[in-house]
Write a protein that binds this ligand. Structure first.
Ligand code: C2E
Ligand code: MG
Ligand code: MG
Length: 303
């Protein structure tokens, strides 16, 4: 029975269209690991082990910080600081994401308040929303409640969703995003170019910006065989975004060559290790306080 359950669980998790699958012993081990991780994450949420790092998005011409992206980390009691790919999938499959999402929003608001109280000039902060979070009943009311509780201007918050999240239920997505936009929040499409989105639907989405996925930026340099194609694709994505009146941000900019290519093709905003890794709030606070542009040469001493 237990093995049957494991196979059923896998077949459901593998998405629609998969009618059945057979039990294998690795499936059993994976399920056990996943269950343990889920329990640990539940405890981690209760014990407030989750924290935020922030990564600047800069004007690539000047190095000036334009905005930040909040990126969640889990300070696991035994394993140390865990990146999101180690626990976001289990948070999604277990439904814990519906506790994690509001926590990230609350911590972001609290951090903005702390920076503000310290007299630090605050810039807008972007938060990632998964599919479950976007389509959750009452999301807009909940978000508005949190921001007003912390006395935060919605213009200081941005929500990032992926194309696949938007395409999951395009009419609902349009309605929810419109509500968020009307409330004054900024919206952008994350990991642009990796989903299967219809251009006509995308052009109708009430978003302010798109973020070119870092896989394209990496290929600009790492894969000479595909470089020309990638250059053409990146150029087309920038053109599409700008012609639709959107702000285009390049993700994962690691080298001056990538930055120069992007700037020569009219993309002026970038986020990546070339400018800054995601950093704890106090480090980012000092950068904002200082106000000077970020150096564009990578600092090898950073993590
Ligand atoms: P994302 O939203 O696309 O975030 C960008 C990711 O790229 C971050 O990874 C960031 O550290 C990484 N990155 C930035 N610049 C560079 C670069 O120059 N080179 C390389 N190789 N990587 C770079 P991170 O922090 O591990 O986050 C991974 C993903 O986890 C995020 O992708 C996002 O989808 C998800 N995530 C992070 N925080 C949250 C959160 O609070 N809520 C939700 N729902 N998802 C989150
Ligand atoms: Mg993002
Ligand atoms: Mg991204």
């Amino acid at each position: 029975m237990r093995r049957g359950d494991a196979a059923l669980h896998r077949s459901k998790n593998d998405g629609e269209g998969r009618a059945y699958c057979f039990f294998t012993s690795t499936m059993d081990k994976q399920l056990k690991d996943q269950f343990q991780l889920e329990q640990a994450l539940r405890r981690g949420l209760e014990r407030d082990e989750l924290l935020l790092h922030f990564q600047p998005r800069v004007d690539m011409a000047t190095g000036q910080i334009q905005s930040l992206e909040a990126l969640v980390r889990w300070l696991h009691p035994e394993q140390g600081l865990l990146p999101p790919h180690r626990f976001i999938p289990v948070a999604e499959s277990s439904g814990l994401i519906l506790s994690l999402g509001p926590l990230v929003l609350r911590k972001t608001c609290e951090q903005i308040q702390r920076w503000r109280a310290a007299g630090i000039p605050v810039v807008p902060v972007a938060i990632n929303l998964t599919t479950q979070e976007l389509y959750k009943q009452g999301l807009v009311t909940e978000v508005l409640g949190t921001v007003s509780q912390h006395d935060i201007d919605p213009a200081l918050l941005e929500f990032e969703i992926t194309e696949s999240t938007a395409m999951r239920s395009i009419d609902d997505a349009r309605a929810i995003l419109s509500e968020l936009k009307t409330a004054g929040f900024t919206l952008s499409l994350d990991d642009f170019g990796t989903g299967y989105a219809s251009m006509s639907y995308l052009s109708n989405l009430p978003v302010h910006g798109l973020k070119i996925d870092q896989s394209f930026i990496a290929e600009l340099e790492r894969d000479p065989a595909r470089c020309r194609q990638t250059m053409a694709i990146v150029d087309a994505m920038i053109g599409l975004g700008l012609n639709l009146g959107l702000e285009v941000v390049a993700e994962g900019v690691e080298t001056p060559t990538q930055r120069d290519f992007l700037m020569a093709h009219r993309c002026t905003r970038g986020q990546g290790f070339l400018f800054s890794h995601p950093q704890p709030a106090d480090v980012i606070g000092s950068l904002l306080q200082d106000g000077s542009p970020l150096p564009v040469a990578p600092d090898q001493t950073r993590p």
